[in-house]
Ligand binder design. Structure first.
Ligand SMILES: *Cc1c(COP(=O)(O)O)cnc(C)c1O
Length: 438
């Protein structure tokens, strides 16, 4: 009977799909269970079985499909190659860590001596070696403290120095840092009151002087790190503010510890402190090229007040951050510093080689000059001469979905793979990703 043989065929196919236990018996699948845990592997098995039942794959390929569907790690965050030409891309997690920082982080991932003095066996000061490295990098700072991120550094300073008091801040420095977060809101959330001075484009020393009184907790200067005001403008420098007799806190944002010739208008911690700032706050994962962290550098008495404040415990960094930050400070140049050090000529040469390779593979690629940006809250007015590959626009989406994903730029109907933020050793991975799309 036709109906009978049809249903027999159905039963046969289903029987051919291997059961979960049988797939789990495979050596590679068992190894994946050790690496990823049983639940993730079972999910991959079930989806492979489903595909076999639906006739998408041969039942004999269920093990292969399971292995192909497994994630590289038990976490879903994936490596993405940054071909945007934005060096510190917030959506890509800002600065990539140096190999030295990665190694330090892995070493610190187990039980560690983060709060133990191994010579005495007594409790040690948490993160002492990281703080020492920070002070060595910025000798003008009497003391240092590290918290979760730049915003936390600012929140701690505002809480410890100005809760129930006033923070004097220029109107032109009331910055929105991104994703809808605004520094003025962060400051008032600590219980401090804002005393705005000046106008959007101009502020004078007298504006500050007139605003300062018994209620002043601190004067705050915020680096406009993601926009530029030009034209009829004036602001008051740190050295002038330092003479006002109240703590001057400067949020420099980007975390440059010393001047960088390529970014002449970007403030740095050493210069800001020698200009007379009482306290400098900055991020660890911007131009410093380290892990997400908030750096606080400055006068001993102020840093001590911050460190002893109850809120400090809520903003404390973990051993992984301390380890990665120390290695960033003491180790070789970070990927961020290396990118900033690359010449236009070397970038153009890489772009030429890549595009020639791609054209040989029959791909419509052309080397081109591009303009890169620091991004992520730094040097908003600096165009960095760079180079890249121009591809048909359809590549942009396909590259993003590739393995590894490559995030390129698409503008004016083309896809541009900018090499500024790509390490030269990743050029071949970029080439392979493009070939895979073609
Ligand atoms: C980036 C930035 C912040 C916020 O720092 P996070 O590390 O992102 O918390 C604050 N102020 C300025 C001026 C910045 O550029």
């Amino acid at each position: 009977m036709i109906a009978g043989s049809y249903s027999a065929a159905m039963v046969d196919t289903r029987h051919a799909v291997p059961g979960t236990d049988r797939v789990l018996d495979d050596g590679d699948v068992a190894a994946a269970v050790d690496r990823l845990g049983r639940d993730l592997v079972k999910k991959a098995i079930h989806s492979a079985q489903q595909r076999a039942r639906a006739g998408d794959i041969d039942p004999a390929d269920v093990v292969k499909a399971t292995l192909a569907a497994l994630p590289p790690s038990a976490a879903t965050i994936r490596r993405v190659l940054n071909a945007t030409g934005v060096l510190l891309h917030t959506n890509l997690g800002r600065a990539p860590l140096s190999e030295a920082a990665v190694r330090a982080l892995v070493e610190a991932s187990g039980t560690t001596d983060v709060e133990l003095d191994l010579t005495t066996g007594q409790r040690g000061r948490r993160g002492a070696t990281t703080l020492a490295a920070l002070l060595e990098a910025v000798p003008g700072a009497e003391a240092a403290h590290v918290v979760n991120n730049g915003a936390a550094a600012l929140a701690l300073a505002a809480t410890a120095l100005a809760q129930g008091k006033e923070i004097v801040l220029a109107r032109g420095e009331m910055v929105e840092i991104g994703d809808g977060f605004r520094i003025p809101d962060l400051l008032t959330s600590t219980g401090a009151r804002l005393r705005e001075v000046g106008t959007t484009n101009r502020v004078h020393l007298d504006d500050y002087r007139d605003a300062i009184g018994p209620d002043t907790g601190m004067v705050l200067k915020v680096h406009p790190s993601n926009f530029v005001i030009s034209g009829f403008t004036s602001s008051v420098g740190v050295s002038a503010l330092a003479g006002l007799g109240v703590p001057v806190v400067v949020d420099i944002g980007s975390g440059l510890l010393a001047p960088n010739a390529r970014l002449p208008r970007e403030p740095d911690a050493a210069t800001t402190l020698s200009d007379g700032a009482s306290l400098v706050t900055a991020s660890g994962d911007k131009l410093l090229g380290g892990p997400q962290a908030g750096l606080l550098l400055g006068h001993l008495d102020l840093v001590h007040r911050l460190r002893r404040h109850p809120l400090a415990r809520g903003l404390r960094v973990d051993k992984l951050t301390l380890a990665a930050l120390e290695a960033t400070l003491t180790g070789p140049d970070t990927p961020t510093a290396e990118a900033l050090g690359r010449s236009e000529t070397s970038l153009a040469a890489r772009a030429d080689t890549l595009s020639a390779n791609l054209r040989q593979a029959g791909i419509d690629a052309a080397a081109c000059a591009t303009s890169a940006l620091v991004g992520g809250g730094g040097a908003p007015d600096v165009d960095l001469a760079s180079a890249g590959i121009r591809l048909p626009q359809r590549y942009a989406t396909a590259l993003r979905g590739g393995e590894p994903p490559v995030l390129a730029r698409h503008d004016n109907g083309t896809c541009t793979v900018d090499l500024f933020a790509i390490a030269p050793e990743d050029d071949d991975a970029v080439r392979q990703a493009i070939v895979a799309v073609a």
